[in-house]
Write a protein that binds this ligand. Structure first.
Ligand code: GDP
Ligand code: MG
Length: 713
């Protein structure tokens, strides 16, 4: 029988790269959890024999909560018809060794013959990381090899060592040098007789694994009923969270026990001196707030000129094209559908590029790791992971790259939770809507005599959205996405000058994913929306616009008067369009929020992308679609709009209700598409849509009806 060797390790440690180098196969190298969920296997020629090599999905632990972890557990323990591997090659990231060793401990505990391959040695050396190899050998008793999948260093030795362990499995069985509290040991003793393990060590490991894994959300696990009942009996004596903490805590205590990794002393002392400030409870927080403040300042003021330039460029191109093409359906499709659609995608690029450039600088300098550490406590209170901070922050620019940024999170639960709340952060597409509403409906005076009301409202909307996102995390994390957060265990890398090349490359990769992901969806939606707004075309109009125009031209009417007449005709056509009918159809649902059917059309339009609301309102009010949130005529029209009974449509209360609705609702096809893809589930995208829409409706209802009760209507 061909011996079997499994390649295991945390995600992104280079397993697939090692696999490809060893087998010559071209298995796909992806760099986020999920890609290697399909089992890859290939042949590997050792000096004296040939083995079957299996690429196991990346996992941070063997507590089988996520699908990746469950697959890894099956592969390593040989459950569910999988054959047990003869040797596990544990691929460890030498630059993040401590964190990686948590999984290594569990493999050692299971008594599976193992070889530790310390990968990414090329990077580790450049970073000046020094690994205490003798100490590592002494503590784990497993053969170690330093390798680099990039340079090929150490691969010949790896082959020799693996062959030796295949022939003498005991050389690969490490030493379990850590102890668990007595309650844990007692539980293990109760479970041992029930397991179908191949060895006492494996039985212990399986028992510990069962204790950490059996419970809610383990439907996929194939655990015998007797074991399940026993675990439940144990849980009645020792509640799960305490037992978990004891097991996990004992392991971390062992890892923290003695330094295994050092950075060179000089660099070390510089980093230590900076960290004395950067991680200080008070000074660190001040620095953090200052850095974040600067980031926002940059995001909202520095990108403005570029945004304006892009807007003018697309407006100008549209004018040029519509002048060149004969008027008609085709020209409208090109100008309003395509050029408008591309424009509404590209207009987000300046902010996204800038945000990711600045985040890249902070990450590469080593500061972002400190931020994760600083915010971890606060985030933990909300059930979020410290590393969810960057995705949440990115959410202020656009939820699509933010959803993709959740890939850095380790467990599926942490990742899903972050994805479910990121779309609540106030993205830049909401900004034009807030600007339009605030400028049209709210007075320009000062609050308390010095703080402009309009600015206060804008700041208020940002605070409101951030608060709601955090609150939602707290609630979802305790209900729908109940579960354990993986503790944040990270080495703080030494500070260094950011490398421009790395930063620019990362920025480009993220921007590219935005363009391909969001871009295609927004573009498609804009074209569909254009069709909804433009068809059907042969409708009965209330006036003979064509005839009137002929009379006006004959009477020498000015260009402006003609344009105004055109806009009126377009407004009426819109009422009869499919979008107009949809707006009217949803009116009964949105009327309790203070919205009429015209806002309804805007909401339908906003589903492609929120900022489309503004241009749709321009169409609705017969000003044309070439309006921005700064447009005076649109603001005036909205302020002057009356209900049939003569009452004002857009009161400040309606405005508030509208902004609250925009802050909370899931009106963004691209975000839903990104979540569907990243979570690999229609269910979660659907859940996101439903919960945000319901939340938006209820909140707007409370604001509007509550306001009316208080007499603000
Ligand atoms: P997996 O998730 O464990 O399968 O990791 P991958 O094989 O997909 O590698 C993740 C990333 O690390 C890829 O971008 C690889 O090119 C890179 N990588 C893997 N091994 C090495 C190495 O030894 N040195 C360097 N510099 N990069 C590596
Ligand atoms: Mg892989």
């Amino acid at each position: 029988m061909t011996p079997r060797v499994a390649l295991a390790g945390n995600p992104n440690t280079g397993k697939t790269s090692v696999f490809n180098r060893l087998t010559g196969a071209n298995a796909r190298v992806g760099n986020y959890p999920g890609v290697t969920v399909e089992r890859e296997s290939g042949r590997w020629k050792l000096p004296g024999l040939e083995v079957e090599l299996i690429d196991v999905p990346g996992t941070y632990s063997l507590a089988a909560r996520s699908p990746e972890e469950q697959l890894a557990v099956r592969a390593l323990f040989g459950l569910d018809g999988e054959n047990r591997p003869h040797v596990v090659v544990l691929v460890l990231d030498a630059t993040q060794l401590l964190r990686n060793l948590y999984l290594a401990m569990q493999v050692v505990e299971a008594g599976i013959p193992a070889v530790f391959a310390l990968n990414l040695m090329d990077v580790a050396r450049k970073q000046g990381v020094v690994i205490d190899m003798p100490a590592l050998t002494e503590r784990f008793g497993v053969p170690l090899v330093q390798i680099s999948a990039h340079t090929g260093e150490g691969f010949a030795e790896l082959a020799k060592v693996v062959e030796r362990v295949i022939l003498h499995p005991d050389e690969g069985r490490g030493i379990v040098g850590w102890r668990y509290p007595r309650s844990v040991e007692q539980a293990v003793t109760r479970l041992l007789p029930l397991s179908a393990a191949h060895s006492p060590a494996e039985g212990r490991a399986l028992a510990l694994w069962t204790l950490l894994s059996v419970g809610e959300g383990d439907e996929l696990l194939d655990v015998p009923t007797t074991v399940r009942q026993e675990v439940e009996a144990i849980r009645r004596l020792h509640p799960a969270p305490e037992m978990d903490a004891e097991i996990v805590g004992a392991r971390y205590a062992f890892l923290d026990g003695r330094p295994l990794v050092r950075t060179p002393s000089q660099q070390h002392s510089f980093t230590e001196r900076v960290d004395a400030w950067a991680l200080h409870p008070v000074a660190g927080l001040v620095l953090f707030v200052a850095v974040m403040g600067m980031l926002f300042q940059a995001l909202f003021s520095w990108s403005d000129p570029a945004i304006n330039a892009i807007e003018s460029l697309f407006g100008w191109t549209g004018d040029l094209v519509s002048a060149a093409l004969p008027a008609g359906l085709f020209s409208e499709l090109i100008v309003d559908g395509l050029i408008g659609g591309v424009g509404s995608v590209v207009v987000f690029l300046p902010q996204i590029l800038l945000l990711y450039f600045l985040l890249g600088l902070l990450e590469d300098s080593g500061y972002m790791a400190r931020v994760a550490y600083l915010v971890d406590r606060a985030m933990r209170a909300l059930g979020l992971h410290g590393r969810a901070f960057v995705p949440m922050l990115s959410g202020y620019a656009c939820a699509v790259p933010a959803v993709m940024a959740t890939r850095t999170l380790e467990s599926r639960r942490d990742r899903l939770l972050t994805m479910m709340v990121v779309p609540l952060m106030s993205c830049s597409a909401r900004l034009p809507v807030y600007t339009l509403v605030i400028a049209s409906l709210f007075p320009t005076g000062n609050l308390l005599g010095f703080f402009p009301i309009q600015s206060a409202l804008m700041v208020g909307m940002y605070l409101f959205s951030t608060g709601t996102a955090l609150l939602a995390a707290g609630v979802l994390g305790r209900t729908v996405l109940k579960g354990k957060r993986i503790p944040l265990l990270m080495e703080l890398p030494p500070y260094r000058l950011p490398r421009l090349r790395t930063v620019l490359w990362q920025m480009w990769m993220r921007a590219r994913s935005f363009l391909t992901e969001a871009g295609t969806v927004i573009l498609a939606c804009t074209v569909v929306l254009w069709a909804l707004l433009s068809f059907p075309r042969d409708v009965q109009l209330s006036r003979d616009y064509e005839g009137e125009r002929v009379t006006m031209v004959a009477g020498g009417a000015s260009e402006e008067l003609l344009d105004a007449a055109d806009a009126e005709e377009r407004g009426e056509r819109l009422q009869h369009s499919y979008a107009g009918r949809m707006g009217k159809a949803i009116e009964p649902i949105i009327a309790p929020l203070g919205f009429d059917w015209k806002i309804g059309i805007g909401l339908v339009g906003a589903f492609a992308a929120r900022e489309v609301f503004v241009s749709t309102m321009g169409l609705v009010y017969g000003i044309g679609d070439d309006v921005s949130e700064e447009s005076e005529p649109l603001r005036e029209k909205m302020a002057a709009e009356r209900h049939r009974d003569g009452s004002v449509v857009y009161t400040p209360l309606t405005g508030l209700s509208l902004m609250v609705f925009f802050a909370l609702s899931a009106q963004c096809m691209s975000t839903l598409a990104a979540v569907r893809r990243e979570a690999n589930s229609w269910g979660w995208a659907g859940f996101l849509f439903v919960y945000m829409t319901v939340l938006a409706w209820v909140a707007s209802f409370v604001v509007y009806q509550g306001g009316r009760l208080l007499g603000w209507g």
